[in-house]
Design a protein around this ligand. Sequence first.
Ligand SMILES: N[C@@H](CCC(=O)N[C@@H](CS)C(=O)NCC(=O)O)C(=O)O
Length: 208
Amino acid sequence: MIELFSANTPNGKKISIMLEEIDYQYKVTKVDISNGEQFKEYFKKISPFSKIPVIIDHKNNQTIFESGAILIYLAELSDKFYNQNNRLEINQWLMAQMGYIGPMLGQHHQFHHYNPGKSKFGEDRYFKITKRIYEELDIRLGVSKFLAGNEYTIADIATFPWIARHEWHDIGLSKFKNLTKWYNEICKREAVIKGFSFMNKNETPPKP
Ligand SMILES: N[C@@H](CCC(=O)N[C@@H](CS)C(=O)NCC(=O)O)C(=O)O
């Protein structure tokens, strides 16, 4: 049994989607990050930066923080979505999500969605970077069915919940044909639908 410490955010959804994809039994423990629960002692012990998601694999008592590391752990455990022959490619797209796509879109959420009007510089900067990311992903998905090639991998699982926040981005997902096609394809997966609604039964990925 895997215990998933999480909140209803894109980083949180990566792991519930992965657990549904590999069909592992898991229990969700909600961490109320809007009320500071992530700073409690019990949580800091398993998450040194006080961030969700974290998992505990109760089979071997292994604790793992950082969503990319968790995805790799679960992929290796299940032997799914992380093909040995394509790891270099998958790692690049996964790291790009972890180091670039997620952090940049996260800043865009802060300036454009949560705090509009507070900093024109911040709003303009992250709007522009988000648009650029949409363009870059669209170019990639024009030559590759999924991010790391022909197969759906943990790089797609990591990136999808961030694009699923497209309504907050205001870039206009439907203008990006290849990205939209990829998004719609992933939206159809049963495990994605289940994992997406892990904290709110009625939540579905918004249409482009
Ligand atoms: N790089 C980390 C980022 C995790 C992250 O930013 N988590 C946010 C929610 S999406 C969080 O826990 N924020 C609470 C805080 O920083 O206090 C990962 O991918 O796991």
